[in-house]
Design a protein. Structure first.
Lengths: 171, 99
């Protein structure tokens, strides 16, 4: 049952990603990417990562995609114009390279994890029951990953300052 | 149980992102394809977190923080380039090409 739902949402994610990269209109592209992000959030729920799924919808589908749509509207790119898809030579090169990459990545999905590094089955679920769904993510974040967390805050500050400096006409 | 379908879906999404970067010329769409690739990697992290511990889910956090920073700075660069060139097509960004 879970596997069926997993494949349904997986096919939705892959199909809308394909539509996203083939639509001519950037607005349509962005909206298909939002569909992909929602389908990925559903996959995260099925993989016992409910908190990450909520973050995916709030941060990605909410904040980041609104930023994209905002820039598309600001630059007035929604109007019909010449296509930006490359010609036959470029299309062929892209297809061949992407196909080669897919062939290279195929063994990964068939590989089995060595049992020595796997946790016993049910460990993550037990942890989530014991500490709560948010707590089980927050505990390692503020404990083992505290220094990367602080560095991420500096990165975000640098991004804010950088975006203001770049987007302003004159300081 | 869900690990290998998740890895397969994530590989397909990543390849679609790469293909989009290769055959589009619109910088904003190329940027969205980069986001698609980041999301494919997030799916891998979450799928492996199920059997290898919560570290994977914490890493998705950091990927999202980096993606947000990247989107803010990248879109600001696109705005600056558009103001200069009146275009977002890669065809018109050939300042480094000789001749």
């Amino acid at each position: 049952m879970i596997l069926t739902f997993f494949w349904i949402f997986g096919v939705i994610a892959m199909g809308s990603a394909l539509l996203c990269i083939t639509r001519k209109n950037p607005v349509a592209s962005a909206l298909w990417l939002v569909v992909t992000l929602f389908a990925l959030a559903a996959l995260f729920v099925l993989l016992d990562a409910q908190f990450i799924a909520v973050l995916q919808i709030l941060v990605y589908a909410g904040a980041i995609m609104v930023l994209f749509l905002f820039v598309i509207m600001l630059l007035n790119l929604g109007r019909p114009g010449p296509t930006d898809i490359r010609g036959p030579a470029g299309l062929l090169t892209a297809t061949v390279l992407a196909g080669a990459l897919l062939l290279l990545l195929r063994p990964i999905s068939e590989a089995a994890l060595p049992s020595s590094i796997q946790l016993p089955p049910g460990t993550v679920l037990a942890l989530q029951q014991q500490q709560g769904i948010v707590g089980s993510v927050a505990n390692p974040l503020f404990d083992a990953y505290l220094i990367p967390f602080e560095i991420a805050s500096v990165l975000l500050l640098a991004a804010i300052v950088g975006a203001v400096v770049l987007a302003k006409r004159k300081l | 149980m869900l690990l290998s379908p998740a890895l397969a879906i994530s590989a397909v999404l990543f390849v679609l992102g790469v293909a989009g970067v290769l055959f589009r010329r619109n910088v904003i769409i190329i940027f969205m394809c980069v986001e698609l690739m980041l999301n494919a990697v997030n799916l891998t992290f979450v799928a492996l977190a199920q059997s290898l511990g919560m570290g994977g889910q914490v890493f998705v956090f950091f990927v999202m923080a980096v993606a947000a920073a990247e989107a803010a700075v990248g879109l600001a660069i696109i705005l600056a380039v558009y103001r200069h060139k009146q275009s977002v097509s890669l065809q018109n960004m050939n300042l480094l090409r000789d001749g």
